[in-house]
Design a binder for this molecule. Structure first.
Ligand SMILES: [Cu+2]
Length: 174
């Protein structure tokens, strides 16, 4: 009896989540980037826009004025030493670079550098013109977002000499 009741509640709840018109296809995703001890270093909100994928990062507890490379990595999970994240997301190949470099000449997952303020806070929005949430081979849902300990020089292959992986988070639908 209780089970039946739960099932009905579940069915009604699910029904209410279905958009009435089916026209609202806007979707959001998030990545909670944690360090190796499991502490949250930064969160990222990912949403589609007419300009490309917006990646809004909010982090704290970093060293004042420190610069950190940020990339979409191809792996679907972080793993204990963040090895699961694999290499940079580069569906079309190309060498490593920075977002300022023309799309189609660098990894699609190259998101450049974030710099902490004097209080160690990171707040920035990156526009990734050649990424999408779930459209085609440039889709980032189900991949990982990785913040590195150091700055990305945009030149050194394959990862810009940005040092060890400071924090990692799977990109999940919100
Ligand atoms: Cu990386």
């Amino acid at each position: 009896m209780n089970r039946l009741f739960s099932l009905i509640v579940w069915a009604v709840a699910c029904h209410h989540q279905v958009p009435a018109s089916g026209a609202d296809t806007r979707r959001d995703a998030e990545a909670v980037m944690k360090d190796r001890r499991g502490r949250t270093v930064a969160t990222a909100d990912l949403s589609e826009s007419p300009h490309g994928l917006l990646v809004t990062v909010d982090g704290r507890g970093l060293e004042a004025f420190s610069a950190h490379g940020l990339h979409v990595h191809e792996g679907s999970f972080c793993g204990p030493a963040f090895d699961g994240a694999g290499g940079h997301f580069a569906p079309a190949g190309h060498p490593h670079g920075l977002p300022e470099d023309e799309a189609g000449t660098r990894h699609a997952g190259d998101l450049g550098n974030l710099v902490a303020d004097r209080k160690g806070r990171l707040t920035d929005t990156i526009v990734a013109a050649d990424l999408s949430l779930d459209d085609g081979r440039h889709a980032v849902l189900g991949r990982t977002l990785v913040l590195h300990e150091g700055a990305d020089d945009g030149e050194t292959q394959p990862a810009g000499a940005s040092g060890p992986r400071l924090a990692c988070g799977p990109i999940r639908p919100r």
